[in-house]
Design a binder for this molecule. Sequence first.
Ligand SMILES: Cc1ncc(COP(=O)(O)O)c(C=O)c1O
Length: 378
Amino acid sequence: MKPLDVYPLFDISLVKGEGCHVWDDKGNKYLDLYGGHAVISIGHNHPKWTKAIKKATKKLAYYSNSVHLPLQEKLAQKLGELSGYPNYNLFLCNSGAEANENALKLASFTNQRNKIIAFKGAFHGRTAAAVAVTDNPKIKPPINPDDHVIFLPLNDKIALEKAFSEHEICAVIIEPFQGVNGIYEAKHTFLKAISALCKKNMSLFIIDEIQSGYGRTGHFFAHQWAFVKPDIITMAKGMGNGFPIAGILVNPEIKVWHGMLGTTFGGAPMACAAGLSVLKTIESEKLIERNVGLGEYFIEKLRALPFIKEIRGRGLILGVEFDFPIKGLRERLVYEKHIFTGNASNPNTLRFLPPMNIRKKDIDKTIKALQDLLSTNP
Ligand SMILES: Cc1ncc(COP(=O)(O)O)c(C=O)c1O
C-alpha cells in the first residue's frame, strides 16, 4: 500500500526537526520559513513540548469527554488568560475544518437560520459546512452544496449591507488575513461593520484565526488589532505546534445544551498537554511581543528586492507578491538554498509563516538567498 496520491510533493524526505530547521534523510539542513504550513508556532520539537507529550503518555494519554479532564481545564484557563477572552468557553476538536464546522453549526443552532455570508478568496477547510463557505469550486463535491452561502467581495461594505438588508443572515465568517489566498487583510473598518451588522440583526460573527491567530501578528488574535469581539473564534494550526488540536472560543451568551457538539478525540489529555506547553512557551519566551518588530524588519529587507509588486501581512504572516509566477522561485529556494516557503492561490505570491522563534539572522539568510536567485534568472 502507498499513501493516496492527492498532494504534489517536493522530492525530499524529512526525518528531523529542531527550532526553525528541518533535516532530510541525507543530512541536509533546511530553514523552515513556512512552519510546515503555518503549524509550527514555538519551533520544531521544542523540548518543553516534547517533554509535556511524553509526560502525558506516561500518566493518562487518552480518555473521552465523559469525565473531568484536568489538563483540558488547565488549557482553557491558560488560553482565556493569554488570549484576552477569559470569560469565553472553549470547545476542543482536532483540525481547522472541524473548528469551522462546529462554529457554523453552533451559529445555526443558536438562531435557527442557515444563510451564511463568506468572502471571495476565502479558505475555511474541506468538511461539509467549512468547504461550503470556501471559495474554491475545485474542492467542492456535489454532496457539499453551497446554495445557502452568499460570497461577497472582501472589504465591500456596501455589498455587505445589501446582503443583510435582503436576507436573514445566520452568520458571517471571515479570516482577518485570507491565508491560502495570499495574505489579504480584512480592513479594520470592515470587521467593525460586520460586528455592528451582526449585533443589529441577531446574526453571529465568526472569525477564522486558524492561520492568523496564536500570536503571529503581535496580538494573540489578528482581529484584536481591529478592536472587535466576534461571537465565535476558530483556532487550529499553531495551537498544538504539530500535535493535532483545534478549537472554538464561544461567547458565554450563546446557550448550549448537552450533546449539541461532540467529538471522540477532541480535548484528549495528550492533545491538551501539547496545547498547554505551546501556551506556556509563548508566554515564557515572550514570542508574541517579538513578532511586530520581526515582521517590520522582514518587510524592510524585502522592500529592497527587485520584481516585488506588493508585500501584505503583519508580523510573521506575510505574503510577497512578485510580478511573475513564483513556482520556479519557490522550488529553487528549496532545492538550491534549502529554504521552505509557502505558495498561495495567487500564483505570484510567496507566503512566509515561520516558527515564531525565528531569529533576525534567519531572515537575513532568506533575503540573501532571494537576492541571489533574483539576480540570476528568477
Ligand atoms: C484560515 C484557514 N481555515 C481553515 C483551514 C483548515 O484547516 P485544516 O487543514 O486543519 O482542516 C485552514 C488551512 O489551511 C486555513 O488556513
